[in-house]
Each structure stands twice: as C-alpha cells, then as structure tokens.
Ligand binder design. Structure first.
Ligand SMILES: [Zn+2]
Ligand SMILES: [Zn+2]
Length: 372
C-alpha cells in the first residue's frame, strides 16, 4: 500500500511531503488511517536537530484515526474502531505498566527510532530506505502501521481533531499540574509558557483547585488565551510575575512553578526556582537541546535550605489507557476546553506553514486534517 507522509531526512531541512510504501500489519500490529494530527513542538525538535532521532523519520506523534486492518494476535482494537494514539505505548505487562506507571512503559525505548517489536520498520521510501514513525507512530502519514500498545479506543462521536490532542499535549499539560506537580486546593501556581501544553497545565491547575494560576508568556495572544483557559493573571516577563507573586502571597512565594515553554533554557529554570517558596516544587515539562545542561541550581539555599524539589516527568505522569478516555469525558461534560485549543487547521502539504505559525506565536495548537 502507498501513503503520503511528511518526513525528515536531515536535521535543519524543512518537512518533505512524499509518498512511501507501507507494509501490512504483523503480529500485534494494526493499520490505522489517521484523520487528524496535532503539530506538537517535539516534532520540531527532531526537525531542527535539538533532539536526535533515527533518520529518515515520519513525523507526528499526536493523532487519532480509524483502525483499518489488524495483524495476528490483536485484541485491544478491531477494524472500524476509532482510536487515539498515545505517544507512549502502554503494553500493560512491563514493570512500569503493571505498577500503574504506563507513562514509563518499556516500549517507549523506541520512540526516537520508530522501530517496531520485531526490530523492523513498516514505512519504506522508493530509494529503499526504511523509516520509523516518531514515537512508533508517524501521525503525519495518512496511513501507518503501529503497535496495538499505542492504541486507545475512544467513543466514535468524538471529533478526530479534538481526540488527536489527547495523544500528547492535553495529558502532558493537564497531568503536569494534576499529577506531576500535584497541585492542591488554594495553592499558587506559576506556569511558564502558555502554548499547546501550557494551556492544559492551566486547566489542570484550576481543576485541582489552585487559587492563583499565574502565566508568564511574552506573546500577547497566548496571554489572552491563557485567561480564557482559567489563568487568574498573565504577565509578559518573569520579573513582572515575580513582583506580583511576592505581593499576592505576602512574601511566601508560589507553591509550584511549572515549565511548559517551547525550548527549555537554564535561564527559565533559574526564574522558576526564584519564584517558588519553601517546601515547593519546580516541575519541568519542556525539553531543551540534547547537548546542553539546563538545570544548574545552587544546593545551598536554593534547593536544600528551602527544601525544594525539581521534578521531571513524561506525559504528565498520566496512564494513557485510563487518562485519555477520562480527559475526553471531562471534555464531553464541559469541564475541559479542547475545541478552544485549536487555532488553525492545515492540510498535510501545509505542515511547514503550521510550524512557522507555531514559531511565530500565532497558534496554541495547529492540527493537520488528513484528506480522506
Ligand atoms: Zn507532543
Ligand atoms: Zn509497558
């Protein structure tokens, strides 16, 4: 079978939309027709070379679609099912899945290669090269063969464009506040970066009962959207937020700082550490350049003396099989804004324009809508 897909051959080059051949699903695998895919920053990290993956690679790791065919031994889904693909697979039986930490599933080891369980690839170009899909998915392809472990069945009446976002950005952001930070009622939370992930961290913090949800983002459009998602205050700079937090908390400083900016930097980690008080936590969601060190804090005073924690996490510590359906139910009952996250829709051919708009701060989330 043939499929169109947006791929990266070399870091620093634009996305190339091309046609690939696609193998049939093997043991434990399914063929999915992707209907929608979110434009997440992590794909751009591969495109720029900030993160290093096995190239060439099919981009996209935030998608929803319909199962078209299943290989031998598939029990989780059947042809015709609507699914969200979780960017972390959940096998259900490894050490981490079996202890309620599906976000750390051992199958995540192949995220940067896209290699499937038998050590081979299902995408091939006409020059004979094998391609993996990012996060073992490749949602920038119209069709892909993925492990059933990546699939989370959903109700068929949920729009694909909304469902797609629950494969990465929504659980990552919402879970950052609710699980990784563990925001409690009445707390003060400062969120650095109000994009596709930060907007959901705002919603999670409000849902968990935070009294103050303070956003720091230099882009005016994102600050105004942040207030719609439930932020109580929004500032353009860390210095302005610092001053406000001192006042708001009577000098106690914030309980949580959450970092959901596009590219993690040492400067923002320092700003986050400075805005939280004693016994507090800095939760780091963003990734930075693989070659740099972003977290360098003085133990005296800064960490030990003030008993503060720095917490990293994957996927907001969510369990995909439990949390994706749960988040969609919160959406259906009007307690989670998902339609509002989508600023613009793109055709697959417009993927480079989508990332340009993301870099220009024009969109919260862009979504590729695949043609039938
Ligand atoms: Zn993502
Ligand atoms: Zn597992």
């Amino acid at each position: 079978m043939r499929t169109r897909a947006a791929i990266i051959r070399e870091p620093g080059k634009p996305w190339e939309v091309t046609e690939l051949s696609l193998d049939e699903p093997r043991q434990g695998e399914v063929r999915i027709a992707f209907k929608a895919s979110g434009l997440c920053h992590s794909d751009e990290h591969i495109q720029t070379g900030d993160s290093t993956g096995r190239l060439p690679m099919v981009g996209g790791h935030e998608g929803a679609g319909v199962i078209e065919a299943v290989g031998a031994g598939v029990t989780r889904v059947k042809a015709g099912d609507h699914v969200v693909c979780s960017f972390i697979p959940a096998c259900g039986t490894c050490r981490y899945c079996s202890t309620g930490r599906q976000n750390l599933c051992d199958w995540g080891a192949q995220m940067m290669t896209g290699m499937l369980a038998d050590g081979t690839f299902r995408f091939h170009d006409d020059g004979g090269a094998d391609l993996g899909g990012f996060c073992m998915l490749g949602t920038f392809a119209e069709r892909a063969v993925v492990s059933q472990n990546s699939c989370v069945p959903i109700d068929p009446y949920i729009p694909f464009e909304v469902a797609a976002l629950t494969g990465c950005g929504v659980p990552t952001g919402w879970g950052t506040s609710v699980y990784a930070a563990g925001v409690r009622p009445g707390q003060t939370v400062v969120i650095f970066g109000a994009g596709g992930v930060g907007s959901n961290a705002i919603q999670g913090a409000r849902y968990a009962g935070a009294a103050h949800v303070i956003v720091v983002d230099p882009v005016e459009f994102k600050r105004s959207k942040a207030l719609e998602f439930g932020a109580t205050h929004a500032y353009a700079s860390a210095a302005e937020a610092q001053e406000a937090v001192v006042e708001m908390t009577w000098g106690q400083l914030a309980d949580h700082a959450i970092i959901t900016i596009g590219v993690l930097s040492a400067e923002v980690v320092d700003q986050a550490a400075a805005i939280v008080g004693k016994g507090s936590q800095v939760t780091v969601t963003s990734v930075g350049k693989s070659a740099e060190k972003q977290i360098q804090l003085a133990a005296n005073g800064s960490v030990v003396g003030w008993q503060r924690r720095i917490q990293g996490h994957v996927f907001g510590m969510c369990n995909p099989l439990y949390d994706i359906p749960r988040l969609l139910r919160l959406y259906q009952s009007g307690q989670l804004k998902l339609d509002e996250l989508i600023t613009r829709r793109y055709r697959l051919d417009e993927v480079n324009q989508g990332y340009q708009d993301l870099d220009d701060g024009k969109i919260i989330r862009g979504v590729i809508v695949h043609e039938p």
